[in-house]
Design a binder for this molecule. Structure first.
Ligand code: NOJ
Length: 535
């Protein structure tokens, strides 16, 4: 019998290289540091790592501003270090997913530098979106960058170039065959070095339409696209249907070509996961049609309240939508772009939700430090480095809080992350979260993650879909429990602040916090907690 592809129900650990382990005392994590600590990752029980960018970069956007996509930034090491990392991961049975950033390059990429020199109308400028100013000198249209401010910057001769993100990240023109060819070369390059897959940055953004047209409500659109701006859901959804630079049909042609490249490797299964924030949600399924990519991130749990109805709707919809294209969903509670889940919903809630999600079909992404229950780091404005902080003149605090380096051990900050000064300060209060401390504490989040991931591996992989045993009712105020069954396992989550009695058979396997007591022949599930039972 053919076994299921490795990525179908994998657990994937996201490493932000700058924040994992620093091996040379310069205050920033590096590839040698990662390689030296891969055993820790393996012992967590995950199947793969996803490495955020470590390519040559001026680091204006944490490495998502790539100046050479086929080389390693000296801050992180060199290509030989990358090869050693990949080989060591494979020795330990871990797959490696690299990040690829096709929407834009850094302005330091030699193509952009050549475009500046070559001038208007040149083949060099045609690799980007360069246009003349309007007659009154204003930019070609009124779009607003996702990091704030105009999405156009002007060069010396008066032309403007488009950048959906920072001005140091010029968008590439995917109608240009040279752009296609260069990225295909990059894919082959990393596959030949040994990677097993790709996470595709801004996968929905490559193709633009109406580049010379104004949007009727650019500020509204910009707010709608930002998760930290509160907005009426209907208004947001209406605006999200009008984005002229995301989710255009043309992107799918690109991924069909890429899929052929991935499938041309027969020595191993190469996979790709799309970062595609699209609306309406059904559009996400297009990225995972049989001849396109393998997975698409589901970001709903990054923002969902710890509420039975909200969680049920998100989970049920994601499973159903993916099923329409014969794909399995993905789950993520945290990543380098959003507040850490323990800070967002509370630490007990975060443990419960992780355990609940680990039981579900599909793949789960775990952001390094999530297994420790890390909160967001508390930072002074003077520590911040996120371009969105600068481009909004401090109005948006940005994503640095989630990127504070990991605490490994010892009694004082920086807790073994570096022998130098960490690039973001690590609070002394993080002593309780060090790997060393949590390893010694059977009640720690780290123990819960290890235990749950091994139980998932043992009892749930390949077990098919779930059956909801208790799902919340719309309009009811007493929605406390979510219960599903998968294979022999029943998973119960009590989202309320009061312990709940449940009728459940079987033996307790794991509980996210507190103790499950028997009462009147029933089981009492603690407040804000999740438990697995086996029949
Ligand atoms: C998404 C990445 O996750 C984020 O960190 C980055 O700033 C933008 N894409 C732009 O590349």
């Amino acid at each position: 019998m053919k076994s299921a592809p490795w990525w179908k129900e994998a657990t994937i650990y996201q490493i932000y290289p700058r924040s994992f382990v620093d091996s040379n005392g310069d205050g920033e994590g590096d590839l040698v540091g990662i390689t030296a600590n891969l055993e820790y990752v393996q012992q967590l029980g995950v199947d793969a790592i996803w490495l955020s960018p470590f390519y040559t970069s001026p680091n204006k956007d944490g490495g998502y501003d790539v100046a050479d996509p086929r080389d390693v930034d000296p801050r992180f090491g060199n290509l030989a270090d990358a090869k050693k990392l990949i080989d060591r991961a494979h020795e330990l049975g871990l797959r490696v997913i690299a990040d690829i950033v096709p929407n834009h390059f850094s302005d330091q990429h030699h193509w952009f530098q050549a475009a500046l020199k070559a001038g208007r109308g040149s083949a060099e400028r045609a690799r980007f979106h360069f246009y003349d100013a309007n007659p009154d000198g204003t930019p070609p249209n009124n779009w607003i960058s996702l990091f704030g401010g105009p999405s156009w910057s002007q060069v010396e001769d008066g032309q403007y170039y488009l950048h959906l993100f920072d001005s140091s990240q010029p968008d590439l023109n995917w109608e240009n065959p040279e752009v296609n060819a260069d990225f295909e070369k990059t894919l082959h390059f990393w596959i030949n070095l040994g990677v097993d897959g790709f996470r595709i940055d801004v996968a929905h953004g490559l193709v633009k339409e109406d580049v010379l047209k104004n949007h009727p409500d650019p500020q509204g659109l910009s707010n709608a696209l930002r998760l930290d701006v509160a907005m009426d859901a209907q208004a947001r959804n209406a605006l999200l249907l009008t984005v002229p630079y995301f989710d255009r049909q043309g992107v799918h042609e690109i991924y069909r070509k890429w899929r052929k490249i991935f499938d041309s490797y027969t020595d191993r299964q190469i996979m790709a996961v799309a970062e595609a924030w699209v609306h309406p949600p059904v559009n996400a399924t297009r990225y995972v049609r049989a001849d396109e990519l393998h997975q698409v991130f589901n970001f709903d749990l990054l923002t969902a309240e710890f509420d039975a109805l909200v969680l049920y709707d998100v989970i049920d919809r994601s499973i159903e939508l993916n099923a329409t294209v014969n794909a399995l969903p993905t789950w993520a509670l945290s990543n380098h772009d959003s507040p850490r889940v323990a800070s967002r919903i509370g630490s007990e809630q975060a443990r419960a939700l992780a355990l609940f999600v680990f039981g579900l079909p599909g793949s789960t992404y775990i952001f390094a430090g999530q297994e420790l229950g890390l909160p967001d780091g508390e930072l002074e404005d003077s520590d911040r480095q996120d371009p969105s902080f600068f481009r909004t003149k401090g109005k948006v605090k940005g994503r640095d809080g989630a990127r504070v380096p990991l605490p490994w051990g010892g009694d004082s900050t920086p807790f073994g992350f570096t022998t130098g000064k960490p690039w973001l300060p690590i609070s002394q209060s993080w002593q309780e979260f060090t790997v060393e401390n949590e390893n010694q504490n059977p009640k720690s989040s780290l123990h819960l993650y290890k235990n749950a991931l091994s139980l998932r591996q043992m009892h749930l992989t390949g077990q098919g879909g779930i059956e909801w045993i208790e799902s919340p009712q719309h309009g009811s105020k007493s929605n406390a429990l979510l219960i599903y069954k998968r294979g022999d396992i029943t998973v119960l989550m009590n989202v309320s602040d009061i312990a709940q009695e449940c009728d459940v058979d079987g033996k307790l396997l794991v509980v996210s916090s507190g103790v499950v007591d028997p009462h009147n022949g029933k089981k009492v599930i603690p407040a804000r907690s999740c438990a697995w039972f086996i029949a």
